[in-house]
Design a protein around this ligand. Structure first.
Ligand code: NAP
Ligand code: MG
Length: 515
């Protein structure tokens, strides 16, 4: 196979009627496949258990997307043991062969793009463009990590030592437990799994209980790409029930987690405990929450700032770790900005994802309850500018909500809400805005709108933010171009989609031979 240099997969334009009708057609086809029951897959074997659980359509909460046999502690144990056996051979597979599985999988995902999008529209309520960006990012991860593995497999530069032939190679770690979230149900799951696999590790993948179907689609793609059985094991089930068994297992070599801060902290603590017969310290890659801020300086184009804030705050219902949940506005333009913001937010329509409304439902009943709880708090802590209640429909619909006059240390300003709720905070000047932006325990994404070069330089120096953008939205990181990961309680700053990422799943071995 000829390997082309990495390039980002272009996004589909759904104002083009051709793309729109292809997407609608794919939704019809996928609808025919809903309601099936799927097994666990361990070492290529399909396994049924005594219990099942359903994945639902959040746009129409009574509709079952698929049913899954539920993983048990015993099977979690078995999956790690089995992955450890497969590792003994997989680790010697040449890097180029491993990379080829990813390139093949990328090609299959390109062909099945509308179908994959359709599963995301139905299982988690993304609109067409959001679903497509998710699929495109997954394709990018496959392609990018394939290339990265080839780079790491090249001769590595070390200083020559007289009388010796020296070489440094990167070898894999072992069994990885991969635990992704539901919010980028394809991109993040694919990126985390494929990085571990291409580096030569075997994987036990526990998909989010909200989006197991999309995890299953990835397993099918890897099977179609010819990945040897046992390299990728699929263990749907409750994180609370099987998570500790997977993380705590003495044969687990590393855990790759993306999700909430609470679960990330728990995994980090449990993984740190050395179990009987465990002969390594487990590595934990944990990418967690955010409380992402956009600063609007007095010297800026307010129209473009409003556009950036609205896209960042309400894209996929605000359920992105990178979503803007606080906007800090200079007092000299505050009133004007708020008026314009209201006009734009009032235009957003909420409805069924399948009908491609700009905003769809939030993920599930618990999320809806939590978000409405924060909205109730917001009503006490500030002024409701728009939204503030459920929207109509048989799903988890919440109106895009904005609170103004929020003080920097309130609950609404400090806690991750993970829904369509935006807090507007007034700043006295640019320095005050920087201080407010740095005042949470998180440090994931953020943006600054200003035309003033000196202020840009100051923000670059002072903001403790993993992905910091200027005069653009704070969501939509591109693989390769915007390596992604945050500081402090946003996680281990793994910089997914960057040149350092694969190192997290490998260890360097130095060999020195006297000549
Ligand atoms: P979550 O509730 O923490 O769940 C994430 C995953 O952890 C799910 O697969 C979940 O399984 C599993 N899990 C739950 N308890 C576990 C345990 N005790 N041991 C092992 N695994 C366990 O997060 P989420 O609601 O899916 O995702 C939203 C969060 O992810 C937000 O905080 C968001 O900011 C963050 N996020 C961060 C990034 C980033 O790059 N920093 C990217 C995307 C999302 P079940 O589904 O079965 O409970
Ligand atoms: Mg669902």
């Amino acid at each position: 196979m000829r390997i082309k240099p990495f390039q980002n997969e272009p996004l589909l334009d759904f104002t083009n009627p051709k793309n729109l009708s292809k997407q609608k057609e794919a939704l019809k086809v996928v609808r025919q496949k809903l309601g099936k029951t799927y097994e666990l897959i361990i070492n290529g074997k399909k396994i049924k258990t005594d219990q099942t659980f359903n994945s639902y359509n959040p746009s129409n909460k009574d509709e079952i997307i698929a049913t899954f046999y539920k993983g048990t502690k015993e099977l979690a144990d078995f999956a790690v043991e089995s992955a450890n056996k497969t590792f003994q051979t997989w680790k010697y597979t040449p890097a180029s062969e491993r990379a080829n599985y990813l390139f093949k999988a990328a090609a299959i995902a390109r062909k099945r793009r509308f179908e994959i999008n359709a599963y995301m529209v139905l299982e988690i309520g993304k609109n067409f463009a959001e679903a497509d960006a998710d699929t495109a990012e997954a394709i990018d991860f496959l392609d990018f990590y394939g290339h990265e593995m080839l780079r790491y497999a090249e001769k590595q530069p070390i200083t020559p030592v007289a009388g010796e032939k020296n070489e440094l190679v990167y070898i894999p770690l072992g069994v990885g437990v991969v635990v992704p979230p539901w919010n980028f149900p394809f991109a993040i799951l694919v990126g985390m799994s494929s990085a571990a696999i291409v580096a030569g590790n075997t994987v036990v993948l526990k998909p989010s209980s909200d989006t197991p179907m999309i995890g299953k689609v990835f397993c099918d793609i890897m099977e179609e790409a010819g990945l040897p059985k046992g390299v990728l094991n699929f263990l749907p089930g409750s994180g609370g029930e099987v998570g500790d068994t997977l993380v705590g297992h003495p044969k687990t070599r590393f855990v790759s987690f993306t999700g909430s801060m609470e679960v990330g902290i728990h995994i980090n603590e449990l993984a740190a405990k050395v179990q009987p017969e465990q002969i390594w310290l487990k590595r934990v890659v944990a990418e967690m929450g955010g409380k992402d801020t956009i600063i609007i300086d007095s010297e800026t184009n307010i129209d473009s700032a409003v556009q950036g804030v609205v896209a960042s705050a309400f894209g996929f219902q605000g359920q992105k770790c990178s979503a803007c949940s606080r906007v800090v506005v200079d007092k000299s333009i505050y009133k004007f900005f708020v008026e314009k913001l209201k006009t734009e937010v009032d235009k957003i329509e909420v409805g069924v994802a399948e009908e491609n409304y700009r905003m769809g439902p939030v993920s599930n009943a618990t999320a809806e309850r939590n978000i409405l709880g924060y909205i109730a708090i917001g009503k006490k802590e500030g002024k409701l500018l728009c939204g503030g209640e459920k929207a109509a429909g048989n799903g988890y619909y919440i109106k895009p909500t904005v609170f103004t006059d929020i003080k920097p240390l309130t609950v609404i300003s400090q806690e991750e809400i993970f829904g369509p709720v935006l807090a507007v905070i007034k700043s006295n000047n640019f320095d005050d805005a920087l201080k407010i932006a740095n005042n949470t325990r998180y440090g994931l994404t953020g943006a600054v709108y200003t035309n003033n070069r000196k202020k840009i330089e100051k923000a670059k120096k002072e903001l403790l933010i993993g992905n910091l953008y200027f005069n653009r939205k704070c969501t939509g990181a591109m693989v390769g171009g915007h390596p992604f990961g945050g500081f402090n309680m946003s996680g281990t700053d793994s910089k997914a989609g960057g040149r350092d990422y694969l190192l997290l799943f490998m260890q360097a071995k130095l060999m020195s031979e006297k000549v």
